[in-house]
Design a binder for this molecule. Structure first.
Ligand code: NAP
Length: 498
């Protein structure tokens, strides 16, 4: 028998009949398999309440991966699906765990797996603690191999619920066995932030308050809440997007160069940024934060209803579907540089991008000329385009005293699109390899909730009388533009009519 690979493992997916498993996990596993990143020594056990046979489960997996861009689909798929097994499961019953134990141990033998386990929580968070405690009580994590627990967002809905959840899972798993997913950290261009900063002599010397005037991060969606009104009413954009994805991007942009690219060095530098974030006291929330809720509107000739008309949404809802904010990082590098963030639903376009706006030179000889002179911008396109654009000024071809803005572009899609793995694929592969760099450590989660809690409390206590305050299809409420204008800035790119 061959030596098992380092990634050899039984992957148990709790919630394997759900949306996440179908849309993200199965296609990601299949892509890894097709690319040869997974050897034959793995097995996947799907568990959920409903009763399915292995064959029925494999047929679901087949349907989920049928559209993936994978060569040699038919043959590969048959071999791939032979690694999948299903077990009906009740998370509260010890028999379910005993059956799972017996199944995983038999799969160790069948697939030459040395007892390694990945437990992937693709279920509602209220079950995570119960499952972890039962896995321990029923002896599922006492084998010879390694154990890894993968936890989806939301990791709590405030600091105290996050701490409670963390305490439960920490009774069973050590911090380095826990992989808290923030799928933005799996995105190609988010991972590229470190390379752009720390592999280019051009940028890092300028990456501070002497040369950067402000940084802007926009993550906009065109869709509304769709059929997730019930979930969104309890979450809102602040908890759904800002506490995790937006603050993670801020940390990567603002952190000091780590001593090395190791997991702990990078995460330790990120956490220092969160510690330096200026806390927003409840009385000052409106100075730093803006909230919005979408109204009805016309988008591409289609009439779309407002948030309060959506299914499972209160008709007087106070839930924000948009957040704009000015974050200040009170440390030596960033003192005085605002980090503006905005995120929301039903906005003009679906896009995530970062704009770094550089200060003008102390004396710019071209300033008084009649040509166009723009600030230098570095734009990092996270999605749907992947790449970066550097905005510079060059001589106007006609007049030697005039300048004109030019752009240098790098478009990752053109170069590498076919090979560029999706975020979940990359993150699943990292879990198998035991690389936790692109997962959030508990202290990051704790600090980001502590930062967010006073804002969500203030907003819950005070209804926003102007809601709904932006029409579907706009980039949020006017107050979001005002937030920057007060500081003499504006969101990039400029709206067409400005
Ligand atoms: P979902 O479609 O509602 O699926 C939930 C899964 O849990 C189903 O497989 C369901 O199957 C199973 N389940 C529910 N109650 C159970 C119980 N008592 N015992 C055993 N199984 C049970 O949810 P989802 O969208 O996949 O989301 C799963 C988790 O991922 C959630 O925490 C969510 O917040 C997070 N997440 C999802 C996405 C996404 O894109 N969907 C993105 C980010 C995070 P049965 O009905 O057969 O039991």
């Amino acid at each position: 028998m061959n030596q098992p690979s380092k990634k050899a493992s039984v992957i148990v997916i709790f919630g394997a009949t759900g949306d996440l498993a179908k849309r993200k996990l199965f296609p990601s596993l299949y892509n890894l398999y097709c690319k040869g990143e997974l050897e034959e020594d793995f097995a996947v056990v799907g568990v959920a309440r409903r009763k399915l046979s292995n064959e029925e489960f494999r047929s679901r997996v087949h349907d989920a991966v049928i559209d993936t861009a994978c060569m040699d689909k038919d043959d590969k798929h048959k071999q791939f699906s032979d690694h999948f097994f299903y077990q009906p499961f009740d998370v509260t019953k010890s028999e379910s765990y005993q059956d799972l134990k017996a199944l995983t141990e038999s799969l160790d033998t069948e697939f030459n797996i040395p007892g390694n386990r990945i437990f992937y929580m693709a279920m509602a968070p209220e079950f995570f603690g119960t499952i972890a405690l039962n896995l321990d009580a029923e002896g599922l994590i006492e084998g010879d191999g390694w154990n890894r627990l993968v936890i989806e967002k939301p990791f709590g809905h405030n600091f105290s619920s996050a701490q409670k959840l963390n305490d439960e899972i920490r009774q069973v798993f050590s911090e380095d066995e826990i992989y808290r997913i923030d799928h933005y950290l799996g995105k190609e261009m988010v991972q590229n932030i470190e390379a752009i900063r720390f592999a280019n002599a051009l940028f890092e010397p300028l990456w501070n308050n002497r040369y950067i005037s402000n940084i802007q991060i926009t993550s906009s969606e065109t869709v509304g809440v769709e059929n997730r009104g019930g979930y969104y009413e309890k979450s809102g954009a602040l908890r759904d997007m800002v506490q995790n994805h937006m603050l993670q991007m801020v940390s990567l942009l603002a952190m000091e160069p780590p001593a090395s690219l190791s997991t702990e060095e990078i995460r330790s530098e990120k956490v220092k940024v969160l510690r330096a974030l200026r806390a927003v006291i409840p009385e000052e929330v409106s100075k730093y934060f803006v909230r919005g809720q979408y109204d009805a509107g016309e988008v591409n000739g289609t009439h779309l209803q407002g948030y309060r008309e959506e299914e499972n949404v209160d008709e007087a809802s106070n839930t924000e579907t948009f957040v704009g904010a000015k974050l200040m990082i009170d440390n030596f590098r960033w003192a005085g540089v605002p980090f503006y963030i905005r995120t929301g639903k039903r906005m003009t376009s679906k896009s995530t991008k970062i704009v770094i706006e550089f200060k003008d030179m102390p004396m710019n000889l071209y300033k008084e000329q009649s040509g166009k002179l723009g600030p230098n911008l570095l734009v990092i396109h996270i999605q749907p385009e992947e790449g970066m654009t550097l905005h510079l000024n060059a001589k106007d071809t006609g007049d030697m005293r005039k300048t004109t803005p030019i752009q240098l572009n790098f478009n990752n899609k053109q170069e590498n699109y076919i090979n560029s793995p999706e975020a979940y694929e990359r993150l699943l592969h990292d879990v198998m390899r035991g690389d936790a760099t692109n997962f959030t450590r508990w202290d990051e989660v704790a600090l980001s909730w502590k930062f967010i809690d006073p804002i969500s409390i203030a907003w819950a206590n005070e209804k926003e009388p102007t809601f709904p305050n932006y029409a579907s299809g706009l980039m949020g409420p006017q107050a979001s533009d005002d937030l920057l204008e007060k500081d003499g800035f504006h969101w990039w790119p400029l709206p067409e009519n400005k």
